[in-house]
Design a protein. Structure first.
Length: 300
């Protein structure tokens, strides 16, 4: 490591952060349980190490130089990240916590109905569910385990397929009764279609892809309604607003209970699907193996 890449001692950076945040060596000494001369000496050592003054000293206190401002921003962000990480580790060790990341649709229609069984299996584990439509970003998402939709490539995280992407048009029983003439995929073109807001690149099947798989040209998007949440799409279907694409396993229980019906038995299957992903950069929580076994049993 070159001299330019070498980091100053952590204790020195902590002293600098306190003095910069409080704009006072004396106040920093009180906060850190030290003395004003000791704080001043640490700051001087840091300035000599970096070869530039970090504070402008005055009769009424100290203020940061431009170089000091830049270092303070970096140190503050780094210390905040460390505080979050250490607090999270302590909390997980103390309470047996498990943080699960998934999307709105999976959380609402698959995970939520099964939470009672999960809590019965691990009553002492504090389960936290985080939802995001952006997928998994292992660098920023603080999740112990994730159930995410995609193509399975989340390297260097490990992933296991849970469900393939299998999509079938669904509607409410009342909507189906009002349109008995629907017998073929082409009949759907004239009906109101409910869309999930598309992504670029495409992360899940859209109506255009479903129609293309049937050998048909899709209608214009303006003829339907677009929502940014799959839960809103399904709510619109239940309110007889139109037809939506139903993903297995998200709509399976709604179909089994009679709240939704499959308008046509013409599913389209792709290579994508829901995957169980374990971020490698994060220490494995004690509850992860138990949750993994429970999840596989539920999927079976």
């Amino acid at each position: 490591m070159s001299r330019q890449d070498r980091l100053p001692p952590m204790q020195t950076l902590s002293v600098f952060e306190s003095a910069a945040r409080l704009a006072s060596f004396t106040a920093a000494a009180r906060e850190l349980g030290s003395t004003q001369p000791a704080i001043s000496q640490r700051v001087v050592q840091l300035e000599e190490d970096l070869g530039t003054p970090l504070f402008a000293r005055g009769h009424r206190g100290v203020s940061l130089t431009p170089e000091g401002e830049r270092l303070f921003e970096a140190v503050s962000q780094s210390l905040d990240t460390l505080r979050v990480a250490t607090a999270d580790i302590r909390a997980r060790r103390a309470s047996g916590a498990l943080t699960i990341l998934t999307d709105f649709g999976f959380a609402t229609y698959w995970l939520m109905p099964r939470l009672t069984r999960l809590k019965q299996l691990m009553p002492d584990v504090n389960v936290k569910i985080i939802t995001s439509q952006a997928g998994l970003d292992p660098r920023h998402d603080h999740a112990d385990i994730a159930i995410v939709f995609g193509d399975g490539d989340w390297a260097p995280s490990t992933s296991t397929r849970l469900f393939p992407e299998e999509v079938t048009p669904v509607c409410s029983p009342a909507f189906r009764a009002a349109h008995p003439e629907v017998t073929d995929a082409a009949d759907l073109i004239r009906l109101p279609l409910l869309h999930v807001q598309p992504t670029e690149p495409e992360r899940w099947l859209a109506w255009s892809g479903w129609f293309a798989a049937q050998g048909l040209n899709p209608p214009a998007d303006r003829d339907g309604i677009t929502f940014n949440s799959y839960a809103l799409v399904i709510h619109g279907v239940l309110m007889n607003q139109g037809i939506a694409l139903g993903w297995t396993p998200l709509v399976d229980e709604l179909v089994a209970s009679g709240q939704l019906v499959k308008l046509l038995d013409k599913p389209v299957t792709t290579s994508r699907g829901y995957f169980l992903v374990r971020p490698q950069a994060r220490p494995e929580a004690a509850a992860v193996p138990l949750f993994r076994r429970w999840l596989f049993d539920e999927c079976a």
